[in-house]
Design a protein around this ligand. Sequence first.
Ligand code: TTP
Ligand code: MG
Ligand code: MG
Length: 417
Amino acid sequence: MTDWTTGQRIILHVDFDAFFASVEVHLHPELRGKPVIVGGTSNRGVVSAASYEARKFGVHSAMPMWEARRRCPRGVFLPVNGRAYGEYSARAREILSRFSPRMDPASIDEAYLDVTGSLGLFGGLDGLLARIKSDIREELGITVSIGVAPNRLVAKMASEWDKPNGLSIVRPDELPERLFELPVGAIPGVGGVTQKSLAQMGVRTIGQLARVPKTLLERHFGKHGSYLHRAAQGQDDAPVPYYRPGEDDRKQISREETLAQDTRDLAVLEQRLLALSEEVARKLRARGQHARTVTLKVKLSNFKLFTRSETLATPIDLEDDIFTHAREMLAKVRLGAQAARLIGVGVSNLTDEAVASQLSLFERTDERREHLARARDDIIERFGKGAVTRARLVHEPEVKDTDPESDVTDDDPLQRL
Ligand code: TTP
Ligand code: MG
Ligand code: MG
C-alpha cells in the first residue's frame, strides 16, 4: 500500500463475521460449515446471529425464530450465551489494541482503529492488516471484515462491502467518487424516512446526493442535512480516541439537554427524560453492559443544579427501567419558584457479570422486551433515530442546545458482557 496521501489519517473499521454464531462454532468445532442460528429459544424469540451458511437459506438477524426454523429446518439452533460472547469481545479488543493506542470499540463485535502512526511497526498497511486477521483467527478462530479509509465514516461503510473475511480499502484520492454509485441508504444513519424524502428530490445514489447544494439539504433536513452533505463527499473529521483498558471509576454514560424554553411542565420534562433514557440504554446495550446506578440531573432557571442518584439491587439496561427510576427522582425535585432549564439522565456502576444471569432471567420473563429493545437498536443503527419513535416522543419540544455526545465518558469500552 504505497500511495496513501501523506497527511491523511488511516482508519480501520473491524467487524466480526456472524459474531455470536462464529463464537459458537469456535466453541463447538463440529458445527463448522453448518447453518448455525443463535437467538431466543422460545416461540416468540428472534434471531440474534446467523452463520453465513444459514444466510443462504434467507435467515438473518431480527427475524422471528419460527420463520428461521421454517426457512432452515436442518439448522443448528442455539440460545444466546452472553458470557461467552463478552469474553471473546474482550479478547478481541485486547488483540486490536496491539495495533494502535487509538482504538474505539464501537460495539460488541466492532472497533475503529487509527493506525496512521503504527504502520512502520508492522511493515506497512498490508503487513498490519494481515497481522490483525491472522492474530484474530489464530487466537479466537473467527474471521473479521475490515474497511480501511481516511476516516471513520467511510471505513465503516467499507467494512460491509466484502463480508465475510473481507477487506476493502478506500484511498484518499478515490474519495468521494468511490462512493457515488452506492445507494444513499449505505450511509450510516440514512434510514427509510430520509431515503424517501431524498427519492422525492430525485436523489437515490450518493453521487446524486453529492450534487445537491448544502443549503438545500440543510433547509430540508436541518442538522441532518449538513451531515448528509459531508457524508456524500466522504468527509468525517471525528477522531478515534485513545483506548483505556481496565477498570475505571469514571465509567458512566449520560445524556442531557438544555430545553428550548425553561419549563415547569412535568409532562414536558418526562417526555425529554424518556428520550434521554432511550439513548443511554441504547449505548449501554451496545457495550453489552448493565448499570446499577441511575442519576438524574436538573438545572434550574437560576442555574442551581440538582442531582439525585439511586442504586439498584439488580442491574438494568432497558430504557423503561432507567426512565422509571429517573422519573421517580424527578417527582421529588422541588422547583420552588424556578423552572427547569436543563435535564439529564446518566447511568454508572456498570457491570458485565450480571448479564449471564440476566440473560437467563430475560429468557423467562423479559425476553420480548429485551428483543424489542435490541430490534430498536438495530433499526436506529441502520436507519437513523427518526425511524423508531414512541408515541410519547412524537411531539418533541424544540431543543436549543443538544450535544448528545458531550457528556459521555467513553473510557474502558473493552467490556465483557
Ligand atoms: P452484527 O455485526 O450486526 O452482525 P453479525 O456479526 O452477526 O454479522 P456480520 O457478519 O454481518 O457482521 O452484530 C454483531 C452481533 O450482535 C451479532 O452476532 C448478534 C448481535 N445482534 C443481535 O443480537 N441482534 C441483532 O438484531 C443484530 C443485528 C445483532
Ligand atoms: Mg459483525
Ligand atoms: Mg457489528
